[in-house]
Design a binder for this molecule. Structure first.
Ligand SMILES: Nc1ncnc2c1ncn2[C@@H]1O[C@H](COP(=O)(O)OP(=O)(O)O)[C@@H](O)[C@H]1O
Ligand SMILES: [Mg+2]
Length: 241
């Protein structure tokens, strides 16, 4: 049973075609890495999964619901979405940033919300005291952790992550990778993670989907991709490391 299913999708921006006859099925609990060069359509594929973008043709089904006739607000409540720029609100404290989605959807139990924020800060290994700070009082890596905590606030079954660690230094990136790996092992969400970094893909994914020019050119486990790169493009990705 797939939890996310894109079937025969055509997607474009105006006259610019991006995806054509694109199909991808993702099972519950998979950690899927979408990898490919800039502009190949990774973000487009991710935005189709949370309804931020509508396909010109084809079907998107998430959690058994066809997005063409689903209340997207209700859907997004169950999806965590993390982007590179973190999208934190500069005028809200870290606490308010993390609990934003809970507040938005009318969770009135303030104590429960506070406790959940504490739990999430611990999970992403941030000290309690950051909850009263503002985003510009945090390092890049800490902001990314807040972004992850916020996406986890409503215990989503699905996490969509778009190059979430692109803007941090190598050491911080390694730590964040370890963290999201641990969170996945503990909580077993389905994760779709966009990257252009093959090392990151091989390290984190249970499955790697290699894209080029809007098409999937290989789909397999890290071991399969390493052992049998399907095309010269994939060979080059692996050997350029
Ligand atoms: N809002 C937009 N309007 C027009 N073209 C876009 C828009 N967003 C993305 N594109 C184009 O669509 C293609 C795929 O983009 P995207 O999915 O963001 O690629 P990736 O995430 O793999 O780098 C690129 O050529 C990009 O320039
Ligand atoms: Mg992108």
């Amino acid at each position: 049973m797939s939890i996310i299913s894109l079937t025969d999708i055509t997607a474009s921006y105006g006259s610019k075609g991006v995806l054509k006859h694109f199909s991808l099925d993702i099972g519950q609990g998979e950690f899927v890495m979408l990898i490919g060069t800039s502009g190949c359509g990774k973000t487009t594929a991710l935005k189709l999964m949370n309804g931020l973008l509508k396909p010109d043709a084809g079907r998107v089904v998430v959690n058994g619901k066809d997005l063409a006739d689903t209340d997207l607000t209700a859907l997004r409540r169950k999806l965590g979405y993390v982007v590179q720029e973190t999208g934190l609100f500069p005028h809200l404290t870290i606490e308010k940033n993390i609990s934003y989605v809970a507040d938005l959807y009318g969770k009135r139990d303030k104590k429960a919300v506070r406790e959940r924020v504490s739990q999430l800060l611990a999970l992403v290994e941030l000290p309690e005291e950051v909850r009263r700070r503002y985003p510009d009082e945090l390092s890049g890596g800490q902001k990314q952790r807040v972004g992850i905590a916020r996406a986890l606030m409503n215990s989503p079954e699905i996490m969509l992550m778009d190059e979430p660690f692109g803007a941090v230094d190598e050491i911080t990136r390694r730590r964040l990778q370890e963290e999201i790996g641990r969170i996945h092992r503990q909580q077993k969400e389905t994760i779709v993670f966009v990257t252009h970094d093959i090392d990151e893909a091989l390290r984190l994914g249970t499955r790697i989907v290699v894209m080029d020019e809007g098409k999937i050119i290989q789909d397999g486990t890290p071991e399969e991709i390493r052992a049998n790169p399907a095309t010269d493009f994939v060979k080059k990705l692996i050997s350029d490391r």
